[in-house]
Ligand binder design. Structure first.
Ligand code: HEC
Ligand code: HEC
Length: 432
C-alpha cells in the first residue's frame, strides 16, 4: 500500500492508494467520474473546451478560471457546500445537469478532483457564509412594495417590466468571459441558483459574480430585499408543490394496474399524479419547455409513460426516453446522460411526432439504429401542449435496479436529427 498524503493541500482529500488491483484512490475515482460525466463539456483540464462545448450556450464554465457564480459565502470563493450544491442540482436553464443520484462517496471524490483542476480553490479560502435573517411574513402589501421597488431601482432595465428578461439593456450585457449573458427570465421556470425565498434573498444580496447582476447589500435594507424576493417569487411560473432543488425530485413512482390505457386522456391516466421532470436546454432557448409532466403506469409485462409539455409552436417536436444499455450495479457506473459514452452505451427510444425509432448510442456522434419490439406511442397536440403516451416492455428499462431513465425533447425544425433540444438528469423509477 502506497500512501500519498502530504504532497499538497488537495491530496489531503485522497485516501491511500491500494495495490494495482485494489480499489481506486479517491482522486482516481474522482477523475473517473469527471471523465465520464463532466469532461464532454468542461474539457480534460476543466477549461470549458470539451467535445460538446461548441454546441452549447451558455458555454460550459472554464473551471480553471476560478470565477464562480454560485456561492453563499462572502468574497468570491465558494465553499464545499456550494460546489456540491451546484454539482448535485445542476444549473436550471442551462445544459449543466445535476447528479443527485450519485452517493456521498462519489461526491467526495468528485469534489477533490474539481479542487485539483482549479488552482484558486487550493490557494484561497472561502469567506464566511452569509446569514439570511428570518423572513418576515409575506402579504399582499409586501409583494406590492417589492413590485414598486422592482419598477423603480433599475431591475426593469435588464429584466424588463414583466420580468421576462427582455429589458432595454438585456442584449448588451456581457459576462467576465466576454460572452453575452441575458438576464434570466424570472417568469419561465426555476432559477439557476436556488428557488426558495432564502435563496432569492441571498442572490439579491450577493449578486452573481462574473455577470452584470448586482448585489444589493449596500443599497437596500433587509426588509426591502425580502420584499423584492417575495415579488420575484410571485412572478415565477412553476409546477405546483415542487421544489426543483429537492433531492427527491428525481424519483418517479409507477402504480401497477391490469390494463394500461393508450390515450393520454383515458381515466386511468387522469387519476395518476404527474411528476415534473426539469429539463436542461443545450442552448438557452426561450421557446423550449422547462419541464415535462411525467406519469407512469405499469403491469407485469409493460410500462408506459404519459408525457405532457408546453410548446407554443407545434412544429413537429419529438420526445425521447433513454436508459443505460448495460446493467448498472452502482450509480457511479451510469453512462453520461448526454447520450452515453464509449463503452457505456445508452438505449434511446424516440417518438418523432409520427413514429418510434430507436438507437444505441455511445456519444452524440455515435448512434447505431437499434431494433426494438413492442414499443408503441400515441401523441396529440392540444391547446399549446403535446400529450404523448409511450408504452414498452418492462424488460427494456429493467436492465438495472433501480431502473434509471432520462428524458429529452427534440425540435425537428431547429436541431439536427441527432441532437436533442433539452434533456433531463438521470431519474429513477420504482413500482408500487
Ligand atoms: C452538458 C454540459 C455540462 C456537463 C456534462 C457538466 N457541466 Fe458543469 N456547467 C455547464 C454549463 C453550461 C455551466 C455554466 C452555467 C452558467 O453559467 O450558469 C456549468 C457550470 C459549472 C460550474 C460552475 C458553477 C459556478 O458557481 O459558477 C461547476 C463547478 C461545474 N459546472 C461542475 C461540473 C461537474 C463537476 C460536472 C460533472 C459531474 C459538470 N459540471 C458537468 C455545462 C456542463
Ligand atoms: C445590469 C443588469 C441587471 C440589473 C440591474 C439586475 N439584474 Fe438581475 N440579473 C442580471 C443578469 C445578467 C442575470 C443572469 C446571470 C446569469 O444567468 O448568470 C440576472 C439574474 C437575476 C436573478 C436570477 C438568479 C438565478 O438564480 O437564476 C434574479 C432573481 C434577479 N436577477 C433579480 C434581479 C432584481 C430583483 C433586480 C433589481 C433589484 C435585478 N435583478 C437587477 C442582470 C441584472
Amino acid at each position: 500500500m502506497k500512501c500519498i498524503f502530504g504532497l499538497c493541500f488537495f491530496l489531503l482529500f485522497t485516501a491511500c492508494t491500494k495495490d494495482k488491483n485494489g480499489p481506486l484512490s479517491e482522486l482516481d475515482h474522482g477523475k473517473l467520474l469527471y471523465d465520464t460525466h463532466c469532461q464532454t463539456c468542461h474539457g480534460v483540464n476543466g477549461k470549458g473546451d470539451g467535445e460538446m462545448a461548441k454546441m452549447l450556450y451558455p458555454k460550459p464554465r472554464n473551471l480553471a478560471s476560478g470565477i464562480f457564480k454560485y456561492r453563499t459565502t462572502h468574497g468570491s470563493i465558494p465553499d464545499d457546500i456550494d460546489l456540491l450544491q451546484t454539482m448535485k442540482m445542476g444549473v436550471p436553464g442551462t445544459s449543466m445537469p445535476g447528479w443527485d443520484v450519485l452517493p456521498e462517496k462519489d461526491w467526495k471524490a468528485l469534489l477533490a478532483y474539481i479542487k485539483m483542476l482549479v488552482p484558486r480553490l487550493q490557494e484561497g479560502r472561502p469567506g464566511s457564509r452569509i446569514e439570511v435573517p428570518p423572513m418576515p411574513t409575506t402579504s399582499k402589501v409586501s409583494v406590492e412594495a417589492g413590485r414598486v421597488l422592482y419598477a423603480t431601482i433599475g431591475c426593469v432595465a435588464c429584466h424588463g417590466a414583466e420580468g421576462k428578461g427582455n429589458g432595454m439593456a438585456a442584449m448588451s450585457l456581457r459576462d467576465a468571459w466576454g460572452d453575452i449573458v441575458p438576464p434570466r427570465d424570472l417568469v419561465r421556470g426555476p432559477l439557476k441558483w436556488g428557488n426558495t425565498d432564502q435563496d432569492l434573498y441571498r442572490t439579491l444580496t450577493l449578486g452573481i459574480p462574473g455577470t452584470p447582476m448586482p448585489g444589493y447589500s449596500r443599497t437596500l435594507t433587509q426588509t426591502e430585499i425580502w420584499q423584492l424576493a417575495s415579488y420575484v417569487r410571485s412572478l415565477q411560473k412553476m409546477p405546483p408543490d415542487t421544489n426543483p432543488s429537492s433531492p427527491k425530485r428525481y424519483l418517479i413512482k409507477s402504480a401497477v394496474i391490469h390494463d394500461i390505457p393508450g390515450g393520454y386522456d383515458a381515466s386511468a391516466w387522469q387519476q395518476t399524479k404527474p411528476v415534473p421532470v426539469f429539463l436542461h436546454q443545450l442552448t438557452s432557448n426561450s421557446q423550449s419547455a422547462e419541464w415535462l409532466e411525467v406519469k407512469t403506469l405499469a403491469n407485469t409485462k409493460s410500462i408506459a409513460f404519459a408525457l405532457r409539455w408546453e410548446d407554443t409552436k407545434a412544429d413537429g417536436d419529438g420526445v425521447a426516453l433513454q436508459f443505460p444499455a448495460k446493467t448498472v450495479d452502482e450509480p457511479s457506473e451510469l453512462p453520461f446522460v448526454g447520450m452515453g459514452n464509449i463503452g457505456k452505451p445508452v438505449l434511446l427510444i424516440k417518438w418523432d411526432g409520427e413514429q418510434i425509432r430507436a438507437w444505441k448510442a455511445e456519444g452524440m456522434d455515435r448512434l447505431t439504429p437499434y431494433e426494438v419490439r413492442g414499443v408503441v406511442a400515441k401523441g396529440v397536440y392540444d391547446k399549446g401542449f403535446w400529450k404523448v403516451v409511450i408504452q414498452m416492455p418492462r424488460s427494456l428499462i429493467e436492465s438495472s435496479d433501480p431502473n434509471y431513465i432520462s428524458f429529452a425533447t427534440w425540435d425537428r425544425s431547429v436541431s439536427a436529427e441527432k441532437s436533442p433540444q433539452s434533456f433531463s438528469e438521470w431519474m429513477m423509477t420504482s413500482f408500487e
